[in-house]
Structure formats: structure tokens, C-alpha cells
Design a protein around this ligand. Structure first.
Ligand SMILES: *Cc1c(COP(=O)(O)O)cnc(C)c1O
Length: 338
């Protein structure tokens, strides 16, 4: 038994999902003739109450396209210091869109409207032009934390007052919706663009979708093409997304329950300094200063348990669709004897 808690991206399609994929009706999506891609895009646009949606091979490409849609070269994007677009997209913001990031020193990847106001550059020609605010829900490096929706609304007001775009990196928005009992429509009403992943908690092998109204999305397909993201019979992949929307959203609660139980076990261990609060499926914890991180990781690996380091002495475990009850029992056992 191999227990892989490095990420919720390690899942493999289930039989049901594979069946849905092989039975998909497909066509050439470059001619916009793939009925399954069209169905997925329409369905996700409707869920978020937006006019348009576009299917992407990755969340990175969906985010990068959004950055390009909202900015001109030389502009500045306001985001948290933990933001995925800043830390984990290979410098794409500057490479693809020629923009810099103004980093907010937030809390677990989240900040407030006042901090956004402070981050906006004055309107003088020698400043970089602030043009976009980007937030992440749930936060990845922030340990799966969920935003307070009221603060999201407060930031919208700042964006309106200062003519800034507002993009949500919703790679794990499904996790937030389930954890906080919120709706996709609520988010669609607030943000100009939202990127959502199907390949994280929802268990698809590939796929993300960018949603927005027609005006901002007008050039999205052109930019996707420029980024090399044109796809042909992508309906086989979109079918996995449709299957996941039907079957894999509500069950995210099971991942949270396991993540909470893991955090409770970790809290009891003398070798662990602290465990961050668990709201969804990500557990981030810190070892005591005298514990060797590599040694700890190796100890777990010997028991076929795999987790990753986030740097700064922080380690991460992520629960997911392929992390079964039996694996969970085994992990708790191993932790008890470590
Ligand atoms: C995973 C992730 C993405 C997109 O990642 P891809 O691997 O390119 O699909 C974007 N933002 C966040 C917060 C993520 O966790």
C-alpha cells in the first residue's frame, strides 16, 4: 500500500470516470465542434452565472491567460506573497504578460481590503500601473484556508473604486464552496474572471476552466492559442470534468474529515512544533527545531507514506479521492509509533 499525500493531484481516474471519458462524443475543438467540451464550458459558465467559459489543459494556463486579459506590459498585479501565480507559475506573470507583482504580507495567503488600498500605486507616470487584484481560494501555500466572503466583497469595492480587475485563482474553489456552504454563483457575481481546476480535489487527470463575461473573455481563446493551449478532440478530457461535477464535489467533506483527524494526531506528537488550522483538505505543520526534516520524511517513506516539504521547515499533507479509509487507518497507526 502506497500512501501518497503529496498533493490532491496524484489521483487517478476511477472506472466511472474512465467510462465517461471513453464514451464521450468528440469533435475538433479548434473548430469549436467538440460537443463535450462545449457542454462542460456551458455548464461551468452557468454554475458561476458568467457568460463564457473556456477549457484549458492546466490551471497555470488559465491563470496566465487571465493575467494577460486584465493587464498591459508594465502593469502591476496585487496578490499575496503566497500566491500561486507568483510562486509556482515559473515567473509566467512577467514572462507572458510583462507584469510585476506587488506582494501583500497576508495571513495564510489572505489579506484585507485595507491592505489592497495600501498596495495600489499612486496615479503618477513613473509608477507601475496597478491594474489587477488576484486572490486564491482556498489558499494553497496558506494550507487550504478559506476566505471570509465579506472580505472578498470589501475588496471588490476597492477594485471598483480604483478601476482594478479582480481575478480569483479558484484551483480549489470547490473545496471552499463545500467547506463554507457557499455557491459558485456568489463568486461569479463578485469576480471578473475565475480559474477553476478539475484536476485537484475533483479527481480529473487534466483540465481547468476560465470563466468570465463576454467582454473580458473576448480574447481568451486567442491567448490560449498563443500559449499553445489549443486542443482538438478534448471532449475525452472534458467528459472527465462533467463526471467529476456530478460525482466528486460533495464527497470533498470526506477529505476534510480525514485531514482534521490527521491534524489532531500530529498535534499530539512531541516532535511537532505546530499544526496550522485545518479547514479543508490540506494539513501544514512544522517540526521542532531539533528534528531533522529529511530524516522524518525518510522515516515516513520507509512506511510507504509520502508527503512534501513546503520550505521554511513546513511540511504538507493533502487528502484526496484516492486516499482511502484503510490508508487513513494505517497513517494514524504509523504516526502513533513515530
Ligand atoms: C494547482 C494550482 C494551480 C494550477 O496548477 P496546474 O498544475 O497548472 O493545473 C493554480 N493555482 C493554485 C492555487 C493551485 O493549487
Amino acid at each position: 500500500m502506497n500512501i501518497d499525500l503529496r498533493s490532491d493531484t496524484v489521483t487517478k481516474p476511477t472506472k466511472g470516470m474512465l467510462n465517461a471519458m471513453t464514451q464521450a462524443q468528440v469533435g475538433d475543438d479548434v473548430f469549436r465542434e467538440d460537443p463535450t467540451v462545449n457542454e462542460l464550458e456551458t455548464r461551468i459558465a452557468l454554475m458561476f452565472g458568467k457568460e463564457e467559459a473556456l477549457f484549458f489543459p492546466s490551471g497555470t494556463m488559465a491563470n496566465q491567460t487571465a493575467l494577460k486579459l486584465h493587464t498591459n506590459p508594465g502593469d502591476q498585479v496585487i496578490c499575496d506573497k503566497y500566491a500561486h501565480i507568483y510562486n509556482y507559475e515559473s515567473g509566467g506573470a512577467s514572462f507572458n504578460s510583462g507584469v510585476s507583482c506587488k506582494l501583500i504580507d497576508g495571513n495564510r495567503g489572505m489579506f484585507n481590503a485595507e491592505q489592497v488600498l495600501e498596495a495600489i500605486n499612486p496615479n503618477a507616470y513613473y509608477y507601475s500601473q496597478s491594474s489587477l487584484v488576484e486572490i486564491e481560494n482556498t489558499t494553497n501555500k496558506g494550507g487550504g484556508a478559506c476566505w471570509d466572503f465579506d472580505e472578498i466583497l470589501n475588496i471588490r469595492k476597492v477594485c471598483d473604486d480604483n478601476k482594478l480587475g479582480y481575478h480569483l485563482d479558484g484551483a480549489r474553489i470547490w473545496n471552499a464552496l463545500v467547506a463554507k456552504n457557499e455557491t459558485a454563483k456568489q463568486y461569479g457575481e463578485v469576480f471578473d474572471t475565475i480559474a477553476v481546476c478539475l484536476s485537484k480535489g475533483l479527481g480529473c487527470p487534466i483540465g481547468s476552466v476560465l470563466v468570465g463575461d463576454s467582454e473580458i473573455m473576448k480574447d481568451a481563446i486567442r491567448i490560449r492559442k498563443i500559449f499553445g493551449g489549443n486542443m482538438r478532440q478534448a471532449g475525452y478530457l472534458a467528459a472527465a470534468g462533467l463526471y467529476a461535477l456530478d460525482n466528486n464535489i460533495e464527497r470533498l467533506n470526506e477529505d476534510y474529515k480525514k485531514a482534521k483527524e490527521i491534524s489532531e494526531e500530529l498535534t499530539k506528537l512531541a516532535i511537532i512544533e505546530s499544526v496550522e488550522p485545518v479547514e479543508t483538505n490540506i494539513v501544514i505543520f512544522e517540526l521542532n527545531e531539533d528534528v531533522n526534516e529529511n530524516h522524518f520524511l525518510q522515516q515516513l517513506a520507509k512506511k510507504n507514506i509520502h508527503i512534501i516539504s513546503m520550505g521554511d521547515r513546513k511540511l504538507r499533507m493533502v487528502t484526496h479521492l484516492d486516499y482511502t479509509d484503510i490508508m487513513h487507518e494505517e497513517l494514524i497507526n504509523v504516526l502513533n509509533f513515530i
